[in-house]
Design a protein around this ligand. Structure first.
Ligand SMILES: Nc1ncnc2c1ncn2[C@@H]1O[C@H](COP(=O)(O)OP(=O)(O)O)[C@@H](O)[C@H]1O
Ligand SMILES: O=P(O)(O)OC[C@H](O)CO
Length: 504
């Protein structure tokens, strides 16, 4: 048992970076958050500035400690969880990122994926990695970055000094005073470079994408010591005891640690993940096979748990687009009252393919669309159609999960920033025809990372108690809108078909 009284989670999401401090009862003692700048240099491209990511989380660590009114030495451990697939290259001598990070939503490498498909590589890649050949994953993004960097001649880049990684690796390297270049199995499983059978980098895939193995981080178990924070950051050397991809951290935080347990997170995208135990399950319905998390064992290789995932690329990001793109709302919360002002969608349907479509369509060239516009269409209908579309894309994935499992899901457990929206949650329950359970603390991603880090240092000792003690805020039961929501699903699917293959 440690004498420190708090655990810190660092949750680096796509929309923003947050540090949250939890006390022994699992309550939030303090936090700090900063929204992250999204760069859209060309249609379909999405970038983040890695320096901003590091500066913001460095700031958030100090600000959360201040907000909790504690001393850094009172932190027993840190759990780190990040947006997945987003990747970058940096110079190990100077610490300088060589380009902006390419974000998971970025579609620029779709032609590279199509070329690989034409070469007959899709089946082999799926077999080795569990993933669908798609621009979503890091492999083609890293290949693209390396090609750009090779073009730099003044001065030419010294490739012996180049490090590659996903956001966890970049932040861990900075947190540890540039000492540790590592990742965990859950993040590595999203790169399309990890062999899901061996749990290690796949040499033939590294060769296929021309990625020098020495640039890649070491893969370590998700639950365990990754290093200590550099004293220059807070004054204390705090152990970093867990690293997860954010969707896997939410899975852990919900207590979904065995087959049949699943959750859906509504953040920038929406991600429905179902634990499949020690088995590498393969979907018949276009879901991904991925690693849930891994744990060191006393002897032999780490224990790896697996999951099936339905990844939907745009959920909260449609709301950001309403706010920052076409500016029809001033805050995300406005969408709830606007949607409730109209009794139905007025025949309007939205296809949330702002970054192509993920599960179950996997169409990199689909693009967003509003269909069914008449002169009667109002702003409220548009906003409502966007919220309905988020619920409908989740319904498609739930249907896929049900088909794979052979038995229907009875209840959906949710988390993430966008499930704050009561209209969305009620419509989700109506569209699915099952209850939707929302916890009081929506930051289950951060909770999961904190729980894992705290359990690893003996700060807590009962995982089951931690996850079951989380209070439920509300259960949304299917209501009066159920028949209409389910009848309209067919129209929405028709709209999706119209928007597919658009950018081909
Ligand atoms: N009341 C709301 N209604 C709908 N969407 C919301 C609401 N509040 C926040 N969001 C959306 O939630 C997302 C942020 O959620 P979060 O879980 O922090 O995402 P991430 O982890 O991807 O950064 C944003 O895209 C934002 O638009
Ligand atoms: O930023 P989020 O929380 O929507 O999560 C992003 C995912 O990890 C992308 O795969």
């Amino acid at each position: 048992m440690t004498s420190a009284n708090y655990i810190m989670a660092l949750d680096l999401g796509t929309t923003g970076n947050r540090a949250i401090i939890f006390d022994r009862d699992g309550n939030i003692a303090g936090q700090a958050y900063k929204e992250l700048t999204q760069y859209y240099p060309q249609p379909g491209w999405v970038e983040h500035d890695p320096r901003e990511i590091w500066q913001d989380i460095d700031w958030a660590i100090g600000a959360a400690i201040g907000n909790a009114e504690i001393q850094p030495g009172e932190l027993a451990a840190i759990g780190l969880t990040v947006q997945r697939e987003t990747c970058l290259l940096w110079d190990s001598d100077t610490g300088r990122p060589l380009q902006n990070a390419i974000v998971w939503q970025d579609r620029r490498t779709a032609p590279m994926c199509n070329q690989l498909r034409d070469m007959g590589k899709a089946e082999e890649i799926a077999q080795r990695t569990g993933l669908v050949l798609d621009a979503y994953f890091s492999a083609t993004k890293l290949a693209w970055l390396l090609d750009r960097v090779k073009e730099e001649t003044d001065p030419p880049v010294d490739f012996n000094r180049v490090l590659a990684g996903t956001v966890d690796s970049w932040v861990l390297w900075n947190l540890t005073g540039r000492q540790v270049h590592a990742t965990d199995h859950s993040n590595a499983s999203r790169t399309m470079l990890l062999n899901i059978e061996t749990g290690d980098w796949d040499e033939s895939l590294l060769a296929l994408f021309n990625i020098p193995p020495h640039m890649m981080p070491i893969i370590r178990p998700s639950l365990g010591l990754f290093g200590h924070t550099d004293p220059g950051i807070t004054g204390a050397e705090i152990p970093i005891m867990a690293i997860f991809g954010d969707q896997q951290a939410a899975l852990y935080g919900h207590g979904c640690d065995r087959p049949g347990l699943l959750k859906c997170t509504y953040g920038t995208g929406a991600f429905l993940v179902s634990h499949t135990g020690d088995e590498i399950a393969r979907s018949q319905n276009q879901l991904l096979t991925t690693i849930a998390w891994s744990e060191a064992t006393d002897q032999g290789p780490p224990h790896i748990g697996y999951a099936l995932e339905g990844s939907m690329f745009t959920a909260g990001s449609c709301i950001q687009w309403l706010r920052d793109g076409i500016r029809v709302i001033t805050s995300a919360a406005d969408t709830e009252s606007l949607a409730e002002k109209v009794s139905d969608n007025g025949g309007l349907y939205f296809v949330p393919a702002l970054s192509g479509l993920g599960a179950p369509h996997w169409d990199m060239s689909a693009r967003g669309a509003f269909l069914g516009i008449t002169s009667a269409a109002q702003r409220e209908h548009m906003v409502r159609a966007v919220l309905e579309a988020i619920a409908y894309e989740v319904k498609e994935v739930v249907d896929a999960v049900n088909q794979d499992a052979g038995t229907p899901i009875k209840q959906l457990v949710v988390d993430g920033g966008a499930c704050r929206n009561n209209f969305l949650m009620q419509f989700q329950a109506d569209a699915l025809g099952i209850p939707v359970e929302r916890p009081t603390v929506l930051d289950v991603t951060a909770q999961g990372a904190a729980f894992a880090a705290g359990l690893a240092v003996g700060f807590w000792n009962d995982y089951r108690a931690l996850v079951t003690n989380r209070p439920t805020d509300r259960v949304f039961e299917p209501g009066d809108g159920t028949a209409q929501a389910q009848a309209n699903f067919a129209f929405w699917q028709k709209a999706v078909e119209r928007a597919k293959h658009w950018a081909e």
